[in-house]
Design a protein around this ligand. Structure first.
Ligand code: ADP
Length: 484
């Protein structure tokens, strides 16, 4: 409220200042207009002729008519001008000379409208007297009244042919005309003011309504945001609950699998062991084939159960490494020994490039190391072509890293499938699985073991040309071997 009053007061002060400025401008314009007419008239007066017609009664002469003709023309072309005349100074008294106004009382104010040559102008204002004494042009500062009425006037000096000051031209604008012009100016100002106020009000209303709408939009946006945040929080809570439930379910499943596979290994070992014993007894040909089949299936099942157990253990950090002094090259060869027969049966050639530095003892978990090599070389044999090549290289880098590479010339892996091969039970091509067997757990276990040992596994593969699996692991020298 106080702010509104303040704004109103400032507006009033501004409007007042604007009005006064306008009035000043209006007055200056009027003064300039009168002065310009007086100066023009002064230039048109013949000073020499003027001297001739100064005496009383000359107003009937032709010289008088000739001398006052320019003033008559100016008066005729400026209807705002009531009187235009000349005065000169004689014995300290201003006296009229030329005046084109017709004689008589046409405005019915009881006074003869015309002034006559040599007629003393007793009502002369101080401004006129000043202009006569100083021989300068000037403007009346205010409206004044004499016997002919109330006027606003301007005076301009004129000279004879020798350049001597002769007198002044006076130009009178009737005060009624001046007031009428001023009233016109006031009306225009008021109209402009009203228009400005109306425009300001309209603008205020539009801005106010716009601001109201924006506020409403902002409020709607805010409440939508709050709702969204609440919904988001609810969603996050639910996701957290579900994740927790899922983790619990996975944990339960893995515990069940681990327990079950552990429990299955004992009877399975029994079946395999007893099948072996049975094969040592006397059997018919058919019986021998059945028992061999039981033993093969038993081994296969044992492998699967072991894989499930290891995968579940890796997922829950249930595996503990058992680092011992290890001859890495010997472990690689040992792991490959059991696969060499399958490779030979498929006409494949197995080639080795083993760094002699790795025949020295290093600290490693030999069992897990063999498991990594077996899985990678096993896959290289499985997914290789008849008569293909398997290249196994193992090198010690100066940076203290052991790099194992297993390359084959087999079916390869499509680039869009590479990312998924480490996932559990994932097999790129189900038909090849039928042909080659496998569980889809080998690479999951391999990656888990490599990462457990602080290393990484990568693969480069071209479909139809072959694959290379690269394992990088930290190489830890054996302390005793070092000391020796
Ligand atoms: P699997 O028991 O099926 O071998 P893995 O986890 O070891 O399971 O491998 C997952 C899948 O990755 C395989 O089924 C196969 O499609 C693909 N794969 C693994 N190694 C190779 C390889 N050397 N060449 C081509 N494909 C391979």
């Amino acid at each position: 409220m106080q702010a509104a009053l303040g704004v109103l007061m400032v507006c009033c002060v501004c409007i007042g200042a604007l009005y006064l400025g306008g009035r000043n401008l209006f007055t200056s314009a009027r003064e300039a207009e009168l002065t310009a007419i007086a100066n023009t008239a002064a230039l048109s007066i013949n000073g020499d002729l003027h001297q001739k017609v100064r005496q009383t009664g000359s107003w009937r002469s032709k010289d008088y008519d000739r001398a006052s003709l320019p003033l008559a023309k100016i008066r005729a072309s400026n209807p705002q001008i009531k009187y235009i005349y000349t005065v000169y100074l004689s014995q300290e008294t201003p006296r009229f000379v030329l005046d084109p106004t017709p004689a008589g009382d046409s405005d019915k104010d009881g006074v003869d409208d015309k002034s006559y040559p040599n007629q003393a102008y007793d009502d002369a204002t101080p401004a006129m007297r000043q202009a006569l004494y100083k021989q300068i042009s000037t403007v009346e500062p205010h409206a004044y009244t004499d016997r002919w009425g109330t006027f606003i006037s301007a005076y301009a000096p004129f000279y004879d042919s020798n350049g001597r000051f002769e007198g002044l031209v006076g130009v009178d604008m009737a005060q009624e005309v001046n007031l009428a012009r001023q009233a016109k100016f006031d009306l225009k100002f008021k109209l402009a003011l009203m228009l400005s106020v109306a425009l300001a009000l309209l603008t205020y209303l539009l801005v106010f309504r716009g601001a109201k709408k924006i506020r409403a939009h902002e409020e709607a946006l805010l409440s939508a945001q709050i709702e969204l945040t609440q919904a988001n929080e609810l969603l996050e809570q639910r996701v957290a609950q579900r994740t927790f439930a899922l983790q619990n379910a996975i944990q339960t499943k893995d515990t069940f699998l681990a327990n079950m596979s552990h429990e299955m290994r004992t009877p399975l070992n029994g079946i395999i062991g007893l099948s072996g014993l049975l094969m040592d007894t006397e059997l018919s040909q058919d019986q021998r084939e059945y028992v061999e089949s039981v033993e093969r299936s038993g081994h296969h099942l044992l492998e699967l159960v072991s894989d499930i157990l290891v995968a579940a253990q890796i997922r829950h950090a249930g595996i503990e490494l058992d680092p011992k002094p290890t001859n890495i090259n010997a472990e690689i060869e040992r792991a490959c020994e059991s696969l060499r027969l399958s490779a030979t049966n498929l006409g494949q050639e197995m080639m080795f490039d083993l760094d002699p530095k790795l025949s020295k003892l290093h600290t490693a978990d030999s069992l897990r190391l063999r498991q990594i090599v077996t899985n990678l070389v096993g896959n290289a044999v499985k997914f290789n072509s008849q008569g293909g090549v398997i290249y196994i290289s193992s090198s010690a880098l100066d940076s203290g890293t052991w790099v194992l590479q297993v390359m084959d010339t087999g079916i390869g892996i499509a680039s869009d499938k590479i990312a998924s091969i480490y996932e559990e039970f994932t097999q790129v091509d189900a038909s090849s699985t039928r042909r080659h067997g496998g569980t889809g757990l080998g690479l999951t276990i391999t990656k888990g073991l490599v990462e457990l040992m602080g290393g990484r596994i990568d693969v480069e593969s071209t479909l139809g040309k072959g694959s290379t699996f690269i394992v990088s692991l930290p190489l830890i020298p054996d302390e005793e071997e070092e000391a020796a």
